[in-house]
Write a protein that binds this ligand. Structure first.
Ligand code: DC
Length: 234
């Protein structure tokens, strides 16, 4: 079985890792695997099927019953449920909270390992998430950990949400405080859990991304990739 190159990009919520991973994958001709989407589909399914987030047995049964799988398609890895891509909005705060609560379960995470690792037999990957470099792809040739201050991350989320909308300053401040609380709670759960916590791998390159532009960080990542011999895939 051929094993393709893997670059891992772990980091905290709203740190910019998704945009950076997508752009790095494009630049290198690799496939972008956003593992957060896999966990979001599980959080979303748990809401849909009314499964209590703390009930690991029921979540495992749900996973088996709905045939969650991964497929490479047009430069990204899609998450399928019963063979179909999910079209629901997986970015809502409700799904985010459900996801971070259901992602704490060790056996559930274990059940997702084989399908993630199998991707390396199909294509070279930029794999982003919380435990890509520590647990899923410990042998990856290049690992990054991206973080930014809470305030910066809340501001970025706000910009994404507010895009084009007309909101008063009062409403924007209220939204920003809510986002900071959501991010803080999610960080605490993601970093504090017993299994696969969101921490940098010992050999990860850590990038603090509060004051830097996307292009600057992307260039840094790209140059590390070139230096490791992970040249653009033809
Ligand atoms: O990257 P994201 O914000 O879309 O991830 C959503 C949630 O999924 C996050 O709160 C933690 C969980 N997650 C995880 O536990 N392990 C991963 N590899 C990716 C995401």
């Amino acid at each position: 079985m051929t094993t393709h190159h893997v670059i891992t990009v772990d980091g905290l919520a709203a740190s910019g890792k998704s945009t950076l991973s997508r752009m790095l994958a494009e630049k290198l001709g690799y496939v972008h695997f956003n593992s957060g989407m896999l966990y979001r589909v599980i959080g979303w399914l748990a809401i849909e099927k009314k499964i209590p987030f703390q009930d690991e047995e029921a979540l495992l049964r749900m996973l088996a019953a709905h045939g969650v799988s991964l497929r490479a398609s047009a430069g990204v890895i899609e998450v399928l449920v019963n063979g179909q891509p999910v079209t629901a909005d997986l970015s809502t705060p409700h799904v985010s909270q459900a996801t971070s609560s259901t992602a704490v379960h060790p056996r559930l995470r274990e059940a997702l390992l084989a399908m993630q690792r199998a991707l390396t037999s199909q294509c070279p990957l930029v794999a982003e998430g919380r435990d890509m470099g520590t647990v899923v792809f410990p042998e990856a040739e290049l690992k990054f950990f991206i973080w930014a201050s809470e305030a910066t991350r809340a501001e970025r989320r706000l910009q994404q949400m507010a895009g084009g909308g007309r909101r008063s300053d009062q409403e924007l401040n209220r939204l920003k405080s809510g986002l900071e609380i959501e991010i803080r709670e999610r960080d605490a759960r993601d970093q504090g859990r017993a299994v696969a916590p969101a921490v940098p791998a010992a050999d990860a390159i850590k990038i603090e991304n509060s004051a830097k532009s996307l292009t600057e960080v992307l260039d840094t990542m790209y140059h590390f990739a070139l230096a490791r011999g992970l040249a653009p895939h033809s």
